[in-house]
Design a protein around this ligand. Structure first.
Ligand SMILES: OCN(O)CCCc1ccccc1
Ligand code: NI
Length: 187
């Protein structure tokens, strides 16, 4: 089971590497890793388990954060309302790739954080508002989906990790809250 001790922190060179594509058919090891990553996210969003295990809440995780330089991400984005526990996006993605994106950019009004960054880094992280994404799923099937808003932002944060990019690389050092015209601020 993955816990916070397994997550490497900024300064570890693996976070700055370009991760390697996984081979298809998926190995049992890569399938198990994806399942463990998803389990971590679910545990981290469960108040009881997160407390017991000392987990920081996360909606996404990338294999390089486990010091594994492979192009594997897991995303588990809960639905806002507790009545409808169905997540808005829940997937383990192998070799995810952004095929196209909107001209429209977007950022989270509250900025971003990262399980590999033990500090607050304030500022807008401007990303694409909408993306078309391909990836291989746990069954080895190639998927192609379109995402927008928060779900698109989370996936872009995770794919950045596969390319050695940290969220604060996108923050304007002169003015962290500078915004070009037309950027959608997602609250
Ligand atoms: O890489 C995953 N991670 O560090 C957890 C936080 C994920 C995340 C946080 C804010 C906006 C997008 C994604
Ligand atoms: Ni992160």
């Amino acid at each position: 089971m993955i816990t916070m001790e397994d997550i490497i922190r900024e300064g570890n060179p693996t976070l700055r590497e370009v991760a390697h594509e996984v081979t298809v058919p998926l190995s049992d090891e890569d399938i198990k890793l994806g399942q463990d990553m998803m389990e971590f996210l679910k545990n981290s969003q469960d108040p009881v388990k997160a407390e017991e295990l000392g987990l920081r809440g996360g909606v996404g995780l990338a294999a390089p954060q486990l010091d594994i330089s492979k192009r594997i991400i897991a995303v588990h984005v809960p639905n806002g309302d507790l009545e409808n526990p169905e997540p808005t996006l829940s997937a383990v993605m192998y070799n995810p790739k952004i095929l196209s994106h909107s001209v429209q950019d977007a950022c989270l009004g509250e900025g971003e954080g990262c399980l590999s960054v033990d500090r607050e880094v304030p500022g807008y992280v401007v990303r694409h508002n909408k993306i078309t994404l391909s990836y291989i799923d746990t069954d080895g099937v190639k998927q192609k989906i379109r995402l927008k808003n928060y779900e698109a932002i989370v996936v872009q944060h995770e794919i950045d990790h596969l390319n050695g990019v940290m969220f604060y690389d996108h923050i304007n050092p002169e003015n962290p809250y500078a915004l070009k015209d037309g950027v959608l601020v997602i609250e």
